[in-house]
Design a protein around this ligand. Structure first.
Ligand code: ADP
Ligand code: MG
Length: 341
């Protein structure tokens, strides 16, 4: 290729590229919109998708709503109501804070928003497609917010081509919904795919009920409650009896301060605790919440915010591994004798 002159990218191109860092696939849209609903104080959230969410995603909440005069602003890059400066990052207890989701979603899809706050008599309907505002009108609506996202990546065909089949994309969304529901047993979640209800939680606040509603009776029967207090964090939740296994890590659910995280360190520590109880290539079940006082964990490492950094990784590892191994030693059912020691 001939060498071309260096030129600045247009704002439109820059927006599309940075949108791709937050929004990789339909599941990212669902995650961001549902987290926004949680942050908005919703007690009921319903998510409906068609064909893996590629052409249709709807997220409805009964949260605080967005005032009409702030809707446009919410869709600008780096606009957020959740922090005001970088100092606030240390104390952040909400799931969002980067102010990137709505602008990113709007840059690569056709978005319809209906929202109403309790202070306002009427709701608003806003349409934005490929970052271009189409309309903002008054409409009758219940308190709360509904987002409809259509034709994801309609204007970035290269990205659209990278999507997997509707079934696979739908499974990613289903995973996200399960984790959001597990990390918020006080919120009632409903997930509908192609007109069929796939998941529903009662939102009464019991983690055990949520596990039952998501994984069914066979898993709920095989749980061991775990609770321990360490110097820098508390650990609480359930681990599965050693008979409850999967051939991959999809049964391992870790939450830190209400946020689902993926962490090699936590997985390894958990598996260390099960050492001697599991065959090779078998992985245990857990839903564990680690609560850290503000500041000793950094969840701000990656744009999709799933990775974490601990101030004292060794202590986190040791605490989790020993809590698990002790719990397995003291369980009442002795039908599962360790495979090796
Ligand atoms: P962030 O979540 O990082 O603040 P977003 O781009 O996801 O950034 O959202 C921008 C802002 O729009 C939020 O800070 C919030 O004020 C508002 N918002 C988004 N979704 C909702 C919702 N479902 N209910 C109420 N407000 C919302
Ligand atoms: Mg957000």
């Amino acid at each position: 290729m001939d060498r071309q002159d260096i030129a600045l990218l247009s704002q439109e191109t820059i927006d599309k590229i940075s949108a791709g860092e937050v929004i990789e696939r339909p599941a990212s849209v669902v995650k961001e919109l549902t987290e926004n609903a949680i942050d908005a104080g919703a007690t009921a959230i319903s998510v409906e998708i068609k064909e893996g969410g590629i052409d249709y995603i709807r997220v409805t909440d009964n949260g605080c709503g967005i005032p009409r005069e702030q809707i446009s602003l919410a869709f600008l890059p780096h606009s957020t109501s959740k922090i005001r400066s970088s100092e606030d990052l240390l104390a952040i207890h909400l799931l969002g804070f980067r102010g990137e989701a709505l602008s990113s979603i709007a840059a690569v899809s056709r978005v319809e928003l209906i929202s109403k706050t309790s202070e306002s008599l009427t709701g608003s309907r806003y349409v934005i497609e490929g970052a271009k505002e189409i309309s903002l009108t008054e409409i009758g609506a219940p308190d709360g917010t509904t987002f409809i996202v259509r034709q994801l990546f309609f204007n970035t065909p290269a990205r659209r081509k990278f999507l997997r089949t509707a079934a696979t994309e739908g499974n990613y969304i289903s995973d996200i919904m399960e984790r959001l529901a597990l990390s918020h047993p006080g919120i009632s979640f409903r997930f509908i795919s192609n007109g069929k209800q796939k998941m529903a939680t009662a939102g009464k606040g019991s983690l055990k009920d949520a596990i039952y509603q998501i994984y069914g009776r066979s898993v709920a029967m095989d749980l061991l409650p775990v609770r321990c207090e360490r110097e820098t964090y508390t650990l609480e939740g359930f681990i599965g009896k050693p008979s409850l296994t999967r051939g991959n890590r999809s049964f391992e659910n870790f939450f830190i301060n209400g946020r689902y995280v993926r962490s090699q360190l936590l997985s390894k520590a958990l598996e260390e605790g099960y050492k001697g109880y599991m065959m090779q290539h078998q992985y245990p079940f857990c839903v564990l919440e680690l609560t850290f006082p503000d500041g000793s964990v950094d969840v701000n490492v990656h744009p999709t915010k799933m990775e974490v950094r601990f101030d004292d990784a060794d202590e986190v590892y040791a605490g989790l591994a020993s809590a698990v191994s002790q719990r397995l030693l003291m369980r009442e059912d002795i039908s599962n004798i360790p495979i090796q020691s």
